[in-house]
Design a protein around this ligand. Sequence first.
Ligand code: BTN
Length: 269
Amino acid sequence: MDQAALRKILGDIPLGSIRFFDSVGSTNDLAANWARKGAPNLSLVVSDEQTAGRGRKKRRWYTPPGTALAFSLIMQDSPLGDLTPNSQLSRLTALGTLAVCGALGHTYPEKLEPQIKWPNDVLVAGKKLAGVLCEAFWQGEQLDTVILGIGINITSESMPAPELLDFPATCLEAEVHMQVDRWDLLHTLLTKLLYWMNLLPSPAFIQAWSDNLAYRGTWVQVIFDDGSSLEGQVSGLRSDGSLILMAHSGEVVDVQSGAIRIRPLEGSS
Ligand code: BTN
């Protein structure tokens, strides 16, 4: 792939501008630099390889050459001005996960049932296939530019060694049992992303987010950054993006997306 060819493949999608690289540290960093220098809204950075890809909570994200989709979209002019910055970020993260679910469901309707592992992962068959990292520039208390970074494991070489994982991972080719054209998938994904972007403030967006939520009705353990944890049954989402859990006591608890990990409890349904 090269920049001219990618621009042609994505030519019918109303993006700002497109940059393609064979190898970068992190596409989110390149996108952030480009945004600072005046990139137009909806500009896209794609790289075949990332040598310093990042996940949430400063985890590493592996992107060896030729194995994955890794890209970052620069988003300005958020239509979510009425929401708090944290709710906006959580909805924009959901936008990424929903677009991945939509693209996978559209491309492999018989084969995959992708789900959103709140707040930022996409699972297939209970394993992590993709992750979203939404990073923001602030103007005082307000969000200015948001960088929406998405990584999808395509071939088995995209996955780190099992001992480096804190949650089981998978890759698209293992799930669909066929070769995947990364650039076709990117085209479908960006189409879904722009579709849901137009609906961001609407109840339809929250409904779709909620419909795609993994672990609904399942008992999960939520682990906070300070090491404390909470068990509860997933019952849905609030419109501000928090996850609604029903604790053993029957108490309803809203969990904010900031500093948590979530995992299903063994044998629960
Ligand atoms: C996570 O699962 O914690 C989020 C992973 C996000 C990875 C993508 S790959 C493209 C973009 N560039 C990065 O450095 N990270 C995101």
